[in-house]
Design a protein around this ligand. Sequence first.
Ligand code: NAP
Length: 312
Amino acid sequence: MAKSKVLIVGGTGYLGKRLVKASLGEGHETFVLSRREIGVDIDKVEMLISFKMLGAHLVPASFSDHASLVEAVKLVDVVICAVSGVHIRSHSIMLQLNLVRAIKEAGNVKRFLPSEFGTDPARMEKATEPGNVVFQDKMVVRKAIEEAGIPYTYVSANCFAGYFVGGLCQFGKILPSRDSVIIHGDGYKKAIYVVEDDIASYTIKTIDDPRTLNKTLYIRPPKNILSHREVVNIWEKLIGTELDKITISKEDFLASMKDLDYGQQVGLGHYHDVLYEGCLTNFEIGSEGEEASQLYPGVNYTAVEDFLKRYV
Ligand SMILES: NC(=O)c1ccc[n+]([C@@H]2O[C@H](COP(=O)([O-])OP(=O)(O)OC[C@H]3O[C@@H](n4cnc5c(N)ncnc54)[C@H](OP(=O)(O)O)[C@@H]3O)[C@@H](O)[C@H]2O)c1
């Protein structure tokens, strides 16, 4: 079977750039949306040109120009969207409704992967406010996709390693401490950490796979299902030092949110749900989903220990 042609939307982003490279690396003819709004953002322009030099096609379009989106999606079989969805950076999840309208009108797309790549929003009805806004927005996009009859795969990538592991799960930190760490609750709730390049690899593996059509792909690399204490312990072994540990109760953690700005409150809400509630591991995958490391054992994923070695 010929490999699908792929359009990456949000290709200059933190995850998007990895998706572009993974798509090219797997031999897919790869198109990258080039938004006119990027203007003179030289870093983005340079990145887009670097994709072109790797063999990607750049497709000029804009979320505010419906016809341009329709023309862009008509070029491909699969659309992967990785627009922003982290309030401390930028949040443009709802813009995807324009993309859904374009895909519906074009009528040729065999699979759409919307910008998800985190906690499964379908399981987050009880998420902490105001962090729940992200899950609600992602569910609005899902509803639009399903009502339009667009074939899809949702990728639940759990915790990005760069954000969570890099900072030893300390909100607002992305480098690991060498002296002390705050432990959330008892620190024994399990979470799942996935290195961003691996998320891109699994995502590209799934786009032509009939087993994940109209399903959720959960990425659960077995070695990376760890409690907060286990993550800290791996780091301590790597640096040969035991960190001072201060525990913070759920109540104190939630109370600490109140003086923060909105974006930080959203982020802290997610940390709460992951580290205190165990929202990533408190369910079994049912018939609605598949697990990535089982479907694609050929992806040699990075273990948390190896990821942390970068920071020693
Ligand atoms: N599980 C986790 O731990 C975790 C962590 C972070 C993110 N995520 C999820 O991963 C996905 C991607 O996030 P990211 O951090 O990679 O995103 P990002 O780097 O903040 O942004 C991605 C891209 O979105 C596009 N974009 C940004 N603002 C836009 C606007 N106003 N209009 C149109 N396009 C805009 C830009 O692409 P172009 O300029 O190239 O068009 C940008 O490069 C999101 O769904 C997010 O929720 C999950």
